[in-house]
Design a protein around this ligand. Structure first.
Ligand code: ADP
Ligand code: MG
Length: 677
């Protein structure tokens, strides 16, 4: 049969076809790639080898008429007595009164469910008459939607494999299959649906994990190539002498890591290809300093620069740094959502006539009424806080400028090559000299008073402190209540001897600004806050970061908060107040006290909480894979990345063995055809 379609498979009628469409299954290939999400395995063991609380399967004889009890209104409990190995096991089914007729005294049944070793009881979730089917000991369980039943899919899948598996051509080059000892596509498909044993299943999965990672990485590498080749012509003529002089005016020598990153960025700025670069570095590692030097370099080339930050507070702080560092003849403006009317018009005019060299602001910068005279460079700070939408808005504005994304969230390697696989990465993995590492302590809530008096002592010595409470939910009153309680408690303890400030999400922007200003200028010594201080603020005189209910934060977030202190010359402290319940929570607190390496923490965070929590799932741009798991499969991910780079850079597309992969990529991604040459 040439080009068989879904309808041709036995057992698929119009109704099922419709349901398949909802599951995005519209071809036989789609159907084959609808993988089980788990397998039931009926493995028989003698009763005494069964593990308490495990899912088990038992075969035995029904010895008594089942007993059916009703309770509350519509709930029922069916109890069956089954003789197994000379013992009597009690089987219980909840709310399945109709099952009674299936348990006939004297007949053999196979039941599976959760085992209670102490009561010799099984909570049955599946049952069938007769003994186990020896033919297919590992049975696929598919993710289901609508009215589809697992048994239907199993049947249809089995028919499809029989009728059409030979239509499925190999996708991967022979060379890769041999190198990595992967099963061919047809064998792997058969196995993933109906595995003969777990070992073969593992190999089949390995193949599909590699396949999906390779395809994903090919897409990334092609995008990267596209960025580079489609945006020729923005080479900047940077005034090297001026930039050198400027670097000499800085009050510190650059670290080696800063110098290296700067060199990479300047190289991109000078090159005719568009920069699409991620600058990663722990809080306080000196990213902003590098951003400022590179933006100054762009200005010496006669181009404008936009510096985007996620909050108004940060916009102000960065504006101040720009004013402090940059030569006086550079025109700096700030534009945020709260700047309106005449002032906004003025700034708009300066941007469009070129009088403004560098504009710093929030996403107000990408609104429609903003036009630049000659924008050459966009810097985006803490980029993961900008949704994908905003990043796209930049592109939609036709801003084919050089772009630098900065992030202080150390991104685990695996994530950075998936979410940011289309970008170049510079990493500042070294702290400026002379920084004292922050000492971190974990205490229980019953120590709170001692912590507060410790804070008071630091304040007496002239230092400042942050007290942070978790934001439980944006709309939740609780977060403010927590912050408020601590605020009141501190005020009592301090009794006018120091000033305490309160900051939370529901203050107006002016109020927030006021509080932040007071803290920056030491008019407030202790700032009690919900997590609004998380991002980027710089108050070197602050030496204590106390985090209340610290177990509610992810490791990366805690690390960010900790980065608010330790910015000056004095010893700083981070105090985690938490009574975590589970082992993971305790483990996380312990890790925090043991390392100040952001990258190490990020890897741990990924292991403990999964990728979604690091970025916020929807915004992350981290793709969801069918089978691959970024924590466990990172070696496969790296292999796939190397192979994809090799294919794209060395134009291996043209080799005969790579044709199936090439046509797959052509039909599944919208790409200019010449990218594949
Ligand atoms: P980040 O943006 O990575 O958090 P910043 O660029 O704000 O870091 O730097 C943090 C602090 O360290 C700032 O006060 C900055 O002036 C200072 N700093 C930056 N680079 C160096 C350096 N090479 N040596 C000493 N101090 C530095
Ligand atoms: Mg360039």
């Amino acid at each position: 049969m040439a080009n068989p379609s879904l309808q041709d498979i036995k057992g698929i009628g119009p109704k099922m076809l419709e349901q398949f469409l909802e599951l995005r299954i519209s071809s036989i290939e789609d159907l084959f790639y609808y993988f089980p999400n788990r397998y039931d395995h009926y493995e028989m063991k003698p009763l005494h080898e069964l593990q308490h609380e495990e899912k088990v399967t038992i075969v035995g004889q029904v010895i008594l008429e089942p007993v059916l009890q009703f309770y509350q209104k519509k709930k029922s409990r069916l109890v069956v007595s089954i003789k197994v190995d000379g013992a009597v096991v009690k089987g219980v089914l909840f709310n399945r009164a109709f099952a009674k007729k299936h348990f006939v005294v004297g007949e053999t049944v196979t039941v599976s469910g959760k085992w209670d070793q102490h009561r010799l009881q099984i909570t049955i979730d599946q049952y069938k008459k007769g003994t186990m089917d020896e033919q297919s000991p590992i049975s696929p369980i598919y993710p289901l939607k609508g009215n589809l039943k697992n048994a239907q899919i199993v049947k249809v899948m089995s028919n499809a494999l029989e009728q059409s598996i030979q239509e499925i051509d190999e996708l991967l080059p022979e060379e890769f299959l041999a190198n990595y000892r992967l099963p061919d596509r047809q064998t792997a498909l058969r196995t993933i649906h109906f595995p003969e044993n777990f070992k073969l299943l593992k190999h089949a999965k390995r193949r599909f994990i590699y396949e999906e990672l390779l395809i994903f990485q090919l897409k990334m590498q092609l995008l990267r190539k596209k960025h580079k080749e489609s945006t020729l012509g923005n080479a900047k003529t940077i005034d090297r002498d001026k930039v050198e002089q400027f670097i000499h005016t800085l009050p510190f020598p650059l670290t080696n890591a800063q110098t290296r990153s700067l060199k990479e960025i300047l190289h991109d700025l000078k090159s005719p290809y568009r920069m699409n670069r991620l600058l990663q570095g722990d809080v306080g590692s000196g990213k902003t300093a590098i951003a400022i030097i590179s933006l100054y370099a762009t200005i010496t080339a006669g181009k404008q620069v936009a510096f985007m930050v996620p909050t108004e507070i940060l916009a102000e702080q960065h504006e101040q740094s720009l004013i402090d560092f940059l030569p006086k003849d550079v025109n700096i403006e700030r534009l945020t959502g709260s700047i309106k009317g005449k002032k906004r018009k003025e700034i708009q005019a300066k941007l469009s006539n070129g009088a403004c060299d560098v504009i710093i602001g929030t996403h107000a910068l990408i609104q429609d009424d903003i036009q630049f005279h000659d924008l050459g460079y966009v810097i985006i700070d803490e980029q993961h806080r900008f949704g994908v939408n905003q990043r796209n808005a930049l592109k939609d504005k036709g801003l084919l400028t050089d772009i630098l994304f900065m992030t202080a969230t150390p991104i685990p390697r695996t994530l950075s090559i998936t979410a940011f696989g289309d970008m170049d990465v510079s990493k500042i993995d070294e702290m400026p000299k002379g920084r004292l590492p922050v000492e971190t302590y974990w205490v229980k809530h019953n120590m709170l008073n001692r912590v507060l008096s410790f804070i008071y002592n630091e304040v007496k010595k002239g230092a400042q402190a942050y007290v942070v409470c978790p934001l439980i939910e944006e709309s939740d009153k609780l977060d403010i209540q927590n912050a408020l309680d601590l605020y009141v408690q501190l005020k009592e303890i301090l009794d006018q001897k120091a000033s305490v400030g309160l900051m939370h999400g529901r203050l107006s922007n002016e109020e927030k600004e006021q509080v932040m200003n007071d803290f920056t200028h030491n008019r407030i010594q202790i700032l009690v806050s919900t997590t609004v201080v998380e991002v980027g603020v710089n108050v070197p005189n602050a030496t204590v970061m106390m985090i209340h209910d610290a177990d509610r934060f992810g490791l990366s977030q805690l690390h960010q908060l900790r980065g608010r202190v330790g910015r000056g010359h004095k010893q700083s402290y981070c105090i985690l107040v938490a009574d975590p319940k589970g082992d993971t929570g305790k483990e996380r607190m312990r890790i925090m006290t043991e390392t100040t390496d952001g990258f190490e923490l990020a890897e741990k965070d990924l292991e403990l909480r999964g990728p979604g929590d690091i970025f916020g799932v929807k915004q992350s741009g981290v793709p969801e894979f069918r089978l691959a798991d970024l924590v466990h499969d990172y070696r496969a991910l790296e292999t796939a990345r190397n192979d994809a780079t090799d294919i794209v850079q060395n134009k291996r597309w043209n080799e005969p063995d790579f044709q199936p992969l090439k046509s797959y990529v052509q039909s599944h991604f919208t790409l200019e055809s010449d990218l594949l040459n």
